[in-house]
Design a protein around this ligand. Sequence first.
Ligand code: PNW
Length: 496
Amino acid sequence: MRRKLSRRTFAKVAGGAALAASTELPSLGATLGTGNATQTTAAARGDAGRDFPRGFIWGTATASYQVEGAVKEDGRGPSIWDTFSHTPGKVVNNANGDVANDHYHLYKTDVQLMKALGVKAYRFSIAWPRVFPNGDGPANPKGLDFYNRLVDELLANGIQPFATLYHWDLPQSLQDRFGGWEGRDTSKAFGDYAGHVAARLSDRGKHIFTINEFGAFIEVGYRWGVHAPGLRLTGLRLNQTRHHAVLGHGLAVQAIRASAKPGTKVGIAENVTIPAPVFETPENIKAAETAMREMNAQYLTVIMEGKYTDWYLKSAGADAPKFTPEDLKIMSSPLDFVGINVYTARFVRADQSSPVGYVEVQHPKSFPHAPSFWLYVTPEALYWGPRHVAKLWGAKEIYITENGCSSSDEPAADGRVYDTDRVTYLRSYLTQLRRATAENVPVRGYFLWSLMDNFEWADGYTNRFGIHYVDYASQKRTPKLSADFYREVIARNAVL
Ligand code: PNW
């Protein structure tokens, strides 16, 4: 994972591709040992120019607290999200995940939804407090049993399990005793939990993600106070919390390597900040690459490079996190793949008067966005995100671990849900992803967020991200127009 393409090779191949027709370029696949062999069949189907590499893995994603419900069942301990959502005023309409989509009981129904779509993989998360009700200490075997049942059901239906170990439902006990990720003991407990799960699941679950989105749960939960645990840290305390979260990831990678069955692959699912050149001049492309490293300095950059950038440390000054060289080594433990959650891009342009060589170009108020205020519709994100990861860090396997959008969709008079905004969003984003795969950026799969509407954190049940509509009163799932679209995309392995 640490092998770098030479700057010149990549610039020639991918950098040039931004400016010229990709067919005229030497194949990056030759450099990386991948192939792009679907042209003939795609042409026969009339999908030439819109097709994805053969074997591309189409999937859907969810997360434990957002769909499972059953928060008191089979010995599950409380998580910070139970506490937070039951604190009045924290979540829209004071909603909580007590029942959510009742996936804990309806998982077989949900696997059939996926089977009907034709997905080849399901990205779900494991609730840490089901496995260790206090975060550490004695394990609760009944908790892991649920994931054993889920994994078996997936495999029986030809769907590969991709498990995420941490999608924000931290055991409350770790928050109470160690201040959650503020404390180094939480990082250590996370490593132990990761090893425990990997030892028991990796005979069937071959892909494991450690942590979902530092860039969201730390920033929104520990800095803005909008997500659990609802803190507003600044300065050194905030930087140290960020450091401990990434350290926890590294300890988990090492524990998984030590305890998992051979053939298990380990990665991350990070919502990298994606700088896109506001238009694609060589200067702006270079500026975007520099911005990619700096904007992600505390998270993906240190994971991939094994050090914090000079600019980050300099800007943080006395507030820079305290760490040892050993910490950095752990945090940058080599990964088998890099997962990125891609929703939105930030535009940058070259500016030599800036100390980092770039400036951000702000979106005007009128810039189109989804009902989620932060979700600006910028399809370019799905090209530049994976391309930066491949070029800057030589990643050999990349997954898009989330992509999707919220919509104000509601059933029409005929009972169907015509989410044309989501279809348009997905088509434009997938077109950009296809541009990346055509240039042999090694993207192996794509997980659409989300299989179904679910508990959207502080937005409660108000922002629907699903391609299946969920009537929470009856727990009925109905495929939306976007589900029909995605089924066709998967069947043809092409964007439509
Ligand atoms: C991701 N932002 O969250 C999460 O991984 C999912 O659990 C979530 O449901 C999905 O995206 C949709 O929101 C994000 O403010 C939350 O930029 C907020 C942001 C990004 C991602």
